[in-house]
Design a binder for this molecule. Sequence first.
Ligand SMILES: Cc1ncc(COP(=O)(O)O)c(C=O)c1O
Length: 394
Amino acid sequence: MSKYHVNEKGYYGPFGGAYVPEMLYPNVEELQQKYLAIMQEESFQKEFHDLLKDYVGRPSPLYHAKRFSEKYGVNIFLKREDLNHTGAHKINNTIGQILLAERLGKKRIIAETGAGQHGVATATVCALKGLECVVYMGEVDIQRQAPNVARMKMMGASVVAAQSGSKTLKDATNEALRDWINNPVDTHYIIGSVVGPHPYPDLVARFQSIISQETKRQLIEKTGRSNPDYVLACVGGGSNAAGMFYHFLDEEDVKLIAIEAAGHGVHSGESAATTALGKDGVLHGSRSILMQTEDGQVIEPYSISAGLDYPGIGPQHAWLFRSGRGQYVSITDDEAMQAGLLLTKLEGIIPAIESSHALAYLEKMSFKGDENVVICLSGRGDKDLDNYMKYFGF
Ligand SMILES: Cc1ncc(COP(=O)(O)O)c(C=O)c1O
């Protein structure tokens, strides 16, 4: 494994580790000891890949967006995670983790969700496998992502509102961790991003690495080269970016650009631009970079997109940022909304507002003209129609 992957102690440079209350040691240790062996089993790999193919609809296309390319004077390829079953990349991870939970003998599944995409993806795989499912979601997100709440309920999941703090993703994660502490024996916690104690950041990145694995093969077919010049992805906790970057991490000629949410502006007091504003600290079980006050209180984040509304980033991203391997930038609500509308008008694709942040960064780049750019279109905009309608007054 390269210097950008997790080491045997669960760290990426100075970031990562497993900072959990004693009550959770047995669960986390069981996962640490078993995850790699289980994931490498032939029967696991077969079931994982069969489900990705026949249930999720993979491989997701790599689409050469011609009108969008013309607009920016460069070759733009969209990795169409929006076409996955349930509408986002999140399902890649939940398929993997439900198979892991089954093999660990767990009967009850819990999850946190922001945009609702991970909650829906978790409720979906629980319906698929007939397991009990409880999803924690901030009260504010329950309001702004109503269609996803309905989907989870239809699939038989209980959706529990997190009422503390800013009532968004961070608070939902706190509630889910609390549940796991109280139910350590029969419950598996399906974390939805590359955050949490080791081994979660690594195992989620491995399940999402299918994104870059497919992209390499598809790029050869389309461009004759397996490497693009740039890879762009939005970052909430960082799972679509981790999957999109995974097989390019050691290819130093590929520039990796991660786009965070600047909300109303990086310094407006209402943002989720973690690398711009954050400092080293521990959040949700791992050492990373997070937005915090002088005395270490987590600062409430803000973004129009529920999936990016998180005050931290996964430890691998903290390391890619600190080591200089990745470029970490941010995009405001307004810039993202305009980019979402532009893609819709030029290509007939309505992106999730999270993904629109990645698209918006094209406005800030300059190109020679013959470069290849891959952007992870992490999800579709159906869940965001209400927000688009309110913003543009349709
Ligand atoms: C469509 C979409 N993209 C991106 C994200 C951000 O998550 P991550 O950074 O883990 O990819 C979310 C989270 O809910 C999402 O729904």
